[in-house]
Design a protein. Structure first.
Length: 347
């Protein structure tokens, strides 16, 4: 099979290194020429919880040739409109594109390349881009039972999704789900909460967790995602504290504090990591905030659910990008404390 990873920032580079190391012949495709050159000349250097260098094959999109059997899409959603049409000539009727992007991108990807060629999934580990050729793995992979959760849009489980899982198996176990969109909403809790606050406050994940107010916002952001997902008809995987509807509604302060503890646990070995949206802000690039927190806001409008915390993240990140706000923790003061039902609390 002809395999490619399209979009080799932090996660794509780590995936390419591990899959190649595992014996998969995979092309790493990225439009950052200096990064492509470094990968070809020095190999993919993965630091952080490991320190390995793996020789890989990297190309730019203009160098794509032939038909790919499986493509893992890891570009930012902001690039989809430009990237996907260029991929089309390299897809055959039996090709499969597995989008592993943040947010809920399947519908848009399918609108360009066809639902019959689109599957999706979530990445259950973290990475940060360091410099051309170098990415930091911010999580100990041995702690995860599986590294990916993938599925078909319609929930079916057949040969195609099994094939994709087999390819991902060169890096680690990929769990197949019959409820992809619920899984997407579940991962959106983490993206909207931790990535949103990391970008809005200019902080590492540890910095978000160590500030009482920003940590409180995590619970409120997560509640809004849960409410919108429920309105859309999806029962989410267990991501917050062991859940009943009452728990997820944060009806008492004990559960509010418990959910903060869960974020502290989930990100205990990722405290130095930065959200990709924060890295984009630092580099003057367009962020995915409208595809992540903004997706929740749009759902809130559709279903009549207030989303003041996600609205505020979108506003703050947009103003940082426009140069109207600083990139630091002082932005947490822009969240209206009168909407903090339980104030803040130390955990």
């Amino acid at each position: 099979m002809k395999i490619a990873i399209l979009g080799c920032g932090a996660m794509g580079t780590v995936m390419g290194a591990y899959m190649t190391k595992g014996g998969c012949d995979v092309e790493l495709i990225d439009n950052y020429q200096a990064h492509v050159d470094a990968l070809n000349e020095k190999g993919a250097h993965i630091v952080g919880t490991v320190d390995i260098t793996v020789p890989v094959k990297a190309i730019t999109p203009e160098q794509m040739e032939g038909i790919y059997d499986v493509v893992f899409l890891l570009t930012k959603q902001t690039a989809n409109e430009a990237v996907l049409p260029k991929l089309l000539p390299h897809l055959g009727p039996d090709s499969t594109v597995c989008t592993l992007q943040n947010g809920v991108p399947e519908s848009y990807v399918a609108s360009i390349i066809g639902e019959n060629r689109t599957v999706g999934g979530t990445v259950l580990w973290g990475a940060t881009f360091v410099e051309p050729g170098v990415s930091e793995l911010t999580q100990d992979l041995s702690r995860n039972d599986h590294l990916f959760e993938i599925g078909e849009i319609d929930g079916s489980i057949g040969d195609r999704i099994q094939k994709v899982a087999g390819v991902l198996g060169y890096m680690g176990h990929a769990a197949i789900t019959d409820s992809l969109m619920a899984s997407r909403w579940g991962k959106l809790i983490l993206n909207a909460c931790m990535s949103g606050m990391s970008a809005a406050t200019g902080s590492t994940f540890g910095g978000v967790l160590d500030n009482d107010a920003s940590r409180a916002c995590l619970s409120y952001l997560g509640r809004e995602v849960q409410q919108c997902a429920s309105a859309a008809g999806y029962v989410l995987p267990t991501l917050l504290h062991e859940q009943s509807p009452e728990t997820l509604a944060l009806k008492d302060r004990t559960m509010f504090e418990a959910n903060q503890e869960v974020f502290l646990t989930i990100y205990s070995d990722m405290r130095t990591a930065k959200a990709s949206m924060l890295q984009d802000l630092e580099n003057g690039k367009l962020t995915e905030v409208k595809m992540i927190n903004g997706y929740v806001c749009d759902a809130g409008v559709k279903y009549g659910i207030p989303t003041p915390f996600n609205d505020k993240v979108v506003e703050i990140v947009g103003k940082i990008g426009a140069g109207e706000l600083p990139l630091n923790m002082s932005n947490v003061e822009l969240f209206d404390r009168s909407t903090f039902e339980y104030g803040t609390t130390t955990c």
